[in-house]
Every structure is written in structure tokens, then in C-alpha cells.
Design a protein around this ligand. Structure first.
Ligand SMILES: [Zn+2]
Length: 109
């Protein structure tokens, strides 16, 4: 199950955003994909946690930038043209991490 989780995780973190960039932002897909990749920096909040990485911990609702209030802010950012791409990237990231949390229920009992 861990392998399935990791394949889905990296697919959603790297390939799926590329598909979104190519399909919906065809004329500037490279810049769009770069913005999506840069939203990975949101994981910097893991550095505040101890331990930094824990396979059986759900990021969503635990780390500051993965908290529900933060996610609400990302949703509001969708409405601002200059922040929209960042918001899409962040929300895809949160969805990916949330799917990981579903696997944690299988892997960590
Ligand atoms: Zn994350």
C-alpha cells in the first residue's frame, strides 16, 4: 500500500500540476508549472514540527500552512488574479496531502 501511496503522491505533486498547466494555461504553461512547483515551498512549515517528518502524521490540520484557516485563505486567493496561480498550486498541494492522510489510516494501524 505504501508504494501505491507514493506513486499517487508524486503523480499528484508533479505530473498532475503539469497537466493542469498544459491544459488550462497552454500559452504560458512553463511559468504556470514553475509557480505550481514553487508552491511546494509551503512544506517549509514542516521545519517547525518535531520530528520534521513523520510518515504517520497527517499534514492537513497539523502544520501552520496546512491548517484549515490557511486553506480558507488559499480559497480566497483564487479570486485575486495575481494570486490565483499560487492559490491553485497550494490547493492542489493540500488535496495531495489530504489524500496521503487517507492512506495513513491504512498504513499506520
Ligand atoms: Zn505539504
Amino acid at each position: 500500500m505504501v508504494i501505491v501511496q507514493q506513486v499517487i503522491h508524486y503523480f499528484l505533486h508533479f505530473i498532475f500540476p503539469l497537466g493542469i498547466a498544459l491544459f488550462f494555461f497552454r500559452k504560458k504553461w512553463k511559468k504556470t508549472y514553475l509557480v505550481f512547483l514553487l508552491t511546494m515551498l509551503v512544506d517549509i512549515d514542516h521545519l517547525l514540527a518535531n520530528p520534521v517528518f513523520s510518515a504517520c502524521r497527517c499534514s492537513i490540520g497539523f502544520h501552520a500552512l496546512h491548517s484549515y484557516p490557511a486553506i480558507v485563505i488559499y480559497i480566497f486567493m483564487l479570486g485575486h488574479p495575481k494570486l490565483m496561480l499560487i492559490a491553485i498550486g497550494l490547493l492542489m498541494h493540500m488535496a495531495t496531502d489530504y489524500i496521503d492522510c487517507l492512506f495513513i489510516n491504512f498504513n499506520c494501524k
